[in-house]
Design a protein around this ligand. Sequence first.
Ligand SMILES: *Cc1c(COP(=O)(O)O)cnc(C)c1O
Length: 367
Amino acid sequence: MPMTYKLLTPGPLTTTDTVKREMLFDHCTWDDDYKRITQRIRRRLLALAHAPEATHTAILLQGSGTFGVEATLTSIPGPDDKLLILANGAYGDRMADIARHAALPHTHLRLPLDASPDPGRLRQALADDPAITHVALVHSETTTGILNDLPALAPIVKAAGKTLIVDAMSSFAGVDLDWPALGVDFLVSSANKCVQGVPGFSFVIADRAKLIASRGHARSLSLDLHDQWATMEQDGKWRFTSPTHAVLAFAKALDELDAEGGVPARAARYRANNRLLIARLTALGFRPYLPPALQGPIITTFLYPEGHAFAFQDLYAYVKARGYAIYPGKLTDADTFRLGNIGEIYEGDILNLAAILRDFLAEHPSK
Ligand SMILES: *Cc1c(COP(=O)(O)O)cnc(C)c1O
């Protein structure tokens, strides 16, 4: 048996054995049973998003989450449209990188990492540039762990009559929101985040009319969101080879999400994990980077204790040898590491981790 560990990372995350076991079967891609599984997944995703089937539709797309974001950003705006990107972390910056690669007209608004985008800045940016037609932002910015204030921002985008694209990668199914009611026109997430499937595809929950209106806008073939949808909409057949094993695992993960009590129950578990994690680590001398009001329930950035005399690699190896994989920090201005508390992670794991970190600190005294 190789060494195993649980993932305290923001996805891929630790899945159940029953989800992993679904992947032992090599499914045929054009078989009716398989198409039905795809269609059922699409309906279930709409239900999780509180999106009515009459007005919304779900598209599954091969590739990791970034493929879904790139497909949306490069398929939805037309040639005369302009994108405003609100970025307060690496995933917001990545959206701008996508826009640059595709030569999309865009404005990259770089905002402080330790605050939710200021609603006044958004209102001003829209007022200053009438050419803007689409606004894109990240909901749970995994860079810091902040949960951006979508309920404050989305109505401003809607009042201005713009299309709203949200990277909800690490929050969808981990935070319960009525996304269409908020005014989110396109929501992007992926199989290996809070639904607790394995990596292999992303998905987009789209306003059906806006998706149909985007026909012909795509800048690439394989990331053409409208064409991906048009094929899938016929009978559940994917355009191009689909990640069959990941799809079967995802269908099982959706069942297990229901069995847990749906998104509200999962969100409560993640929130409880996160509170316990912060309480236990704070007691050991680690400080969360964000104030409690901005801290999301998915992943937390921690500063090292004062005067610490160890490198992340030492900490990583020590914790890994005791059964958990942790995550490096992504801030340039502060020495940090990150801990995700999503996936098959429970109170016992948080307590185990706290005990491991306590032992580590005892063996690595501060200067
Ligand atoms: C995980 C994640 C992504 C997607 O990353 P991939 O490595 O392409 O799966 C995008 N945005 C956010 C906020 C994420 O957490």
